[in-house]
Design a protein around this ligand. Structure first.
Ligand code: GDP
Length: 438
């Protein structure tokens, strides 16, 4: 599913992050707080009154642009205009309209995006006299709010979700084929990898339109199988043209991840795991995608065997919630490991889509549960009656139980490990839900 993207823009200190946190905190529930996701996020998957969307706080994006506030803000605004479906332009009700605001207004005037003009720091009806200044802008959608106290925020959101485009299940010519997203932080080698794959003579490739205006995917045939690499145009463009500026685009990464079956997450073999990597892992987990870790630039490491052990140990520590992801050390500059990449993709794709029959599952679990039953709960025996696989992509299992609350997380981990040991499930997250037996 592709959710519409809402970007919060505006100059520094008008309260963008406050508004962002307010949207996350009170009225909007984060879909699910997964472990491994850090607090200082600048984007969030949100649900409000049954609508799903992604909010991006552009103030949190660390653009490495020189030339002062104006350039920074201009760059953020342009990026938001490009990528978001709807913009919340935040101004400061105490300070009025400043020259930087004017600059942003000018950019917005030429953009064909829905904009909500938000005047922050209006703490209640008493402060609304400050709005006079802003009425001169002559815009329809002007909203006084207090991000700090919540005044006006519900009204704003209600209007926002009225005009928000619906989440889309994209109808693609490539339906049914494995969809691969290449993700990772700037400079880790994404465009190098994509260029190496697409440049391979043994592969047949052709471009196909992606789901958004400016995205182009590539259909790749390797041996007798076909794959879709998502947003190859975006990855190559970032690599070639925009070098020097910050190329990490949160919403672009999210869009690719949402559409993919398998994420190829590139990590820098020399620099190790950094904060941004764990954020991307958090998104992959949250979206329930298959994942393969590609440790790139391995040509630059010496004492490779020892280094590999060290790197694996670091991965185990930093990505504790991703122990099932296969890892490949490679050099994206050469095509040497490309066959192995495809082998892994096939394995993960099989795991991602496999469905275990109910008969097999129960035959399997009967023995495991008998050998190692769940601990008793408040003095009562906890019984698991029956297992079934409810979903694929990713796999979700349901078990029925007399006391669902009595099944501890450690026991679910045991069941998960057993499932993995027998049925594979390499590279994919597994969920086991415990339901009350009626
Ligand atoms: P992106 O921002 O993730 O798309 O990263 P790029 O593909 O643009 O790569 C960033 C830099 O790392 C470029 O100068 C690449 O030539 C270099 N690079 C990428 N992969 C490798 C590799 O495997 N080995 C070495 N030595 N350099 C690499």
């Amino acid at each position: 599913m592709q959710r519409p993207i809402i970007a919060i823009i505006g100059r520094p200190n008008v309260g963008k992050s406050r508004l962002f946190n307010r949207l996350l905190g009170k009225r909007v529930a984060i879909v699910e707080e997964e472990p491994g996701v850090t607090r200082d996020r600048n984007y969030a998957l949100c649900d409000y009154l049954g609508r799903s969307f992604t909010v991006v706080d552009t103030g949190g994006l660390n653009l490495t642009i020189h030339g002062g506030i104006m350039a920074q803000v201009g760059e953020q605004t342009k990026r938001a205009i490009q990528e978001a479906d709807l913009l919340l332009f935040v101004m400061d009700g105490k300070e009025g309209i400043t020259p930087v605001d004017q600059e942003i207004l000018e950019l917005l005037r030429h953009a064909s995006k829905t904009v909500f003009y938000v005047v922050n720091k209006i703490d209640g009806p008493r402060d609304e006299k400050r709005m006079v200044d802003f009425y001169q802008l002559g815009v329809d959608s002007l909203y006084p709010i207090s991000a700090e106290h919540g005044y006006g925020v519900a009204e704003l959101l209600e209007q926002v979700i009225k005009v928000l485009p619906p989440s889309e299940q994209p109808a693609e010519p490539s339906n049914g084929l494995p969809k691969i997203a290449v993700v990772g932080r700037p400079n880790v080698g994404k465009s190098t990898l994509v260029n190496t794959i697409l440049g391979e003579e043994r592969l047949l490739t052709s471009e196909i339109p992606g789901t958004t205006r400016d995205s182009i995917d590539t259909l790749v045939q390797y041996k007798d199988k076909k794959y879709v690499f998502i947003d190859t145009a975006g990855i190559r463009r970032r690599g070639r043209i925009e070098s020097g500026v910050e190329r990490f685009s949160v919403s672009r990464t999210l869009k690719s991840l949402e559409r993919c079956d398998v994420a190829l997450l590139l990590l820098d073999g020399q620099e190790g795991v950094v904060e941004q990597d764990t954020k991307i892992v958090g998104q992959i987990l949250k979206l329930g995608k298959g994942c393969i870790l590609l440790i790139n630039k391995w040509d630059l490491r010496e004492k490779k065997t020892q280094a590999m052990e060290k790197f694996r140990a670091e991965l185990a520590r930093r990505f504790a919630f991703l122990p099932y992801a296969p890892t490949l050390f490679l050099t994206a500059l050469t095509a040497k490991k490309i066959p192995q990449v495809f082998t892994l993709v096939d394995q993960v794709m099989t795991a991602y889509t496999q469905r275990i029959t109910t008969a097999d599952l129960n035959r399997f679990f009967e023995a495991r549960v008998k050998d190692h039953p769940p601990p008793s709960y408040r003095g009562r025996r906890v019984k698991l009656y029956y297992f079934t696989q409810a979903e694929t992509r990713p796999p979700v299992f349901v078990t029925f139980c007399n006391y669902p609350a009595g099944v501890p997380a450690s026991y679910l981990r045991y069941l998960e490990n057993q499932l993995r040991a027998i049925f594979g499930f390499v590279g994919v997250p597994i969920k086991i839900l415990v339901r009350k037996k009626r």
